[in-house]
Design a protein around this ligand. Structure first.
Ligand SMILES: Cc1cc2nc3c(=O)[nH]c(=O)nc-3n(C[C@H](O)[C@H](O)[C@H](O)COP(=O)(O)OP(=O)(O)OC[C@H]3O[C@@H](n4cnc5c(N)ncnc54)[C@H](O)[C@@H]3O)c2cc1C
Length: 452
């Protein structure tokens, strides 16, 4: 008799990577994806067109052996390029030097690559246009519906992994099944809209290529990430209501006047501003926290199904890939087939960190929006830069989250927030950070570390 497969619901970023991990263990995997195959059908890759990939996401891609293919199309972003209202530019490095950078990659390109890699294993099948509509945990059966014919089929596996994104059917089924199940989404008062800057006529970049561009404006901001073809994908994070807001910009004239006043240096490059503002949808931004993430040996949630977060640390996908790496390690520790033990260990390791990155991402929204242009914050960043280049074991909060995958998110949050509070206080008190006694600042920071 054939061995029962692992069922994965959703062939998005997390589901496809998890399929590769399991295939490398010799497991049979059946993946059900509600959308058509984006390699053969022109569909939007969903949500943002490009994503920032950093060290926590890089590690699992390296582990499964596909990092080089992913990086072939990546654009390095070693820092933020801040655009003032007057159009002045200031570059702020993310890490201690240009060896530390994040990478802009295409969401669709990455998802397609992951699916192709998963399907290169003979025991992995991805079934497209098959939407999971029901889950029977007792018998490890999912019911899927063909999106073209509405025909329903049931499939039995040995266990079910929910990689079906923020609106997870697997999570909803757990909520029905498990007494005391908790799931809550905190929505921001801001939504997002994507705009684009096309490549120049010579296929060059209209803005500095190697940077994540930010136009921080207090209650709202515009950002732009480069794509390998010379274009930029811009995202406006903006309140739904109030003035200004998506609601208040209700005529082409108001949109034009507002953009020219606030993002003047971007306007000449936003050549489709009016059509895109009118036609592109406003996306919602929320933080999901739920518990438990697992159901005995029957099911586990990975990625956004477990912890959808707001995109301000560029960590949602990175955290999702880290879930796959940790779940794989737990399966290795407890042995293939010992699902209950592996899932329990996975949940113990990941739930606290999923919550932490959810909190960090909301905090970074306020930091990017309000503080990045603030003089004390800039002094703090300059001080951190000196510290990072003087002491190998000092890492800013941003570095802890982005460049230190060995440091769990929860530690990065606690230590990073203490460091930030200490450094902001010091920077408030001095005109010029050169007057600070750097070795003494370092000692104060080291003392914090021991308290975490
Ligand atoms: C505007 C924006 C910008 C972002 N930028 C970044 C960034 O820079 N860096 C970063 O790390 N993260 C970023 N993220 C977060 C990132 O997109 C997510 O964390 C990531 O996509 C999660 O992967 P996933 O596989 O869990 O979910 P998804 O990628 O959403 O995949 C879920 C899959 O499941 C399928 N599915 C859903 N329901 C069913 C069903 N019932 N049956 C079958 N299939 C189903 C969907 O079609 C989809 O293919 C951003 C998010 C947003 C909204």
């Amino acid at each position: 008799m054939e061995k029962a497969p692992v069922i994965i619901v959703g062939a998005g970023l997390a589901g496809s990577l998890m399929a590769i991990y399991l295939a490398q263990k010799g497991l049979a995997v059946e993946v059900f994806e509600s959308r058509p195959d984006m390699r053969t059908t022109a569909i939007s890759a969903g949500r943002s067109i490009n994503l920032a990939l950093s060290d926590r996401g890089i590690l699992p891609l390296k582990e499964v052996g596909i990092l080089d293919k992913v990086m072939a199309e990546a654009v390095k972003m070693p820092g933020r390029m801040l655009h003032s209202v007057e159009g002045q530019l200031q570059f702020a490095p993310y890490g201690k030097d240009s060896s530390q950078y994040i990478n802009s990659i295409s969401r669709g390109g990455l998802n397609q690559l992951l699916m192709t890699e998963a399907e290169s294993y003979p025991d992995v099948n991805i079934h497209f246009n098959q939407k999971c509509i029901d889950v029977d945990f007792e018998n490890s059966i999912v019911t899927v519906e063909d999106q073209a014919t509405q025909q329903q089929t049931t499939v039995q596996g040995c266990t079910i992994i929910g990689g079906d994104g923020a609106n997870s059917v697997v999570r909803n089924a757990m909520e029905q099944e498990i007494e005391g199940y908790q799931a809550h989404v905190d929505w921001l008062d801001h939504g997002y809209k994507e705009l684009s800057i096309p490549p120049m006529q010579d296929a060059g970049f209209a803005l500095e290529k190697n940077a994540l561009h930010i136009w921080p404006r207090g209650n709202y901001m515009l950002i732009a990430l480069p794509n390998a073809d010379g274009s930029f994908t811009c995202t406006l994070f903006f309140p739904y209501k109030g003035n200004p807001s998506f609601e208040s910009l209700d005529t082409p004239e108001k949109i034009q006047t507002f953009f020219e006043a606030q993002f003047g240096d971007a306007v000449p490059h936003l050549v489709h501003l009016q059509e895109e503002f009118a036609n592109n949808p406003v996306g919602k931004l929320g933080t999901l926290k739920c518990y438990p993430w697992i159901h005995n040996d029957k099911a586990a949630l990975i990625g956004d199904a477990a912890h959808a977060i707001v995109p301000f640390y560029g960590q949602g996908m990175n955290a999702s890939f880290e879930d796959c790496r940790v779940l794989n390690a737990c399966i290795e520790t407890h042995g293939v087939g010992n699902w209950a033990a592996a899932y329990s260990a996975y949940q113990d390791l990941r739930k606290v960190n999923g919550d932490a990155i959810g909190d960090l991402a909301v905090e970074n929204f306020y930091e990017m929006r309000d503080h990045v242009a603030d003089p004390t914050f800039r002094k703090k960043r300059a001080l951190e830069h000196i510290l990072e280049n003087t002491y190998d074991d000092y890492h800013s909060k941003y570095s802890l989250v982005t460049f230190q995958p060995d440091v769990p998110y929860a530690v990065a949050r606690n230590l990073g927030n203490q460091q930030d509070a200490l450094l902001m206080n010091l920077c408030k008190e001095v005109e010029d950070i050169k007057t600070l006694d750097i070795p003494s600042v370092y000692q104060q920071l080291k003392a914090l570390k021991t308290q975490v």
